[in-house]
Design a protein around this ligand. Structure first.
Ligand code: FMN
Length: 153
């Protein structure tokens, strides 16, 4: 299945997850950083996987801007899946713990936006955890990401 994996990453952790997702999806998968993502990348793919760090409970500003820049009907009958990275509430400052408890992680609200525009549910939203704001990914998360990528339909 022709797959576009469009991701953002400030410190590189979401990029590592995106690379693992691309590796597991195989040669039909194209890995695209948000800075070079184009409307055609979405239009030409059958499955679009969005990967984003969680910033204030949502996708990064660049990812939200990209999604908003597309015609809404581009998602009609496209399979969509979203993963985000974020920090476990148990390991962060009180401020971030409140943010995470109240706002959650970016994957679910981002997927909800794509489904509302007519995207087809290809898998549950997934969150992969980093130890701190700059990472690294918690041990085992890349393995979990690979399994998630395999499970997408
Ligand atoms: C401006 C900013 C806001 C953030 N907000 C959240 C948040 O709401 N919840 C959370 O779990 N992590 C938050 N983080 C931590 C990011 O999730 C973390 O930096 C990211 O997962 C690392 O991925 P990257 O290396 O691909 O940038 C925030 C980080 C930044 C820089």
């Amino acid at each position: 299945m022709k797959t576009a994996i469009i991701y953002d990453s400030i410190y590189g952790n979401t990029g590592k997850v995106a690379e693992e997702v691309a590796r597991v999806r195989g040669e039909d998968a194209k890995l695209i950083h948000i800075a070079s993502a184009r409307k055609e990348d979405v239009a030409e793919a059958e499955l679009i996987i969005i990967g984003t760090p969680t910033h204030g409970g949502r996708a990064t500003a660049a990812m939200q801007t990209f999604i908003k820049s597309l015609p809404t009907d581009i998602w009609l009958n496209k399979k969509v899946a979203v993963f985000s990275t974020g920090m476990p509430a148990s390991s962060v400052s009180l401020f971030f713990r409140m943010v995470i408890k109240i706002l959650g992680y970016a994957a679910a609200p981002t997927l909800a936006v794509l489904l509302k525009m007519g995207g087809l549910h290809a898998g549950e939203p997934a969150e992969f955890m980093v130890k701190d704001k700059q990472g690294p990914l918690i041990e085992g998360e890349l393995l979990r990401a690979g399994k998630w990528a395999e499970s997408l339909k």
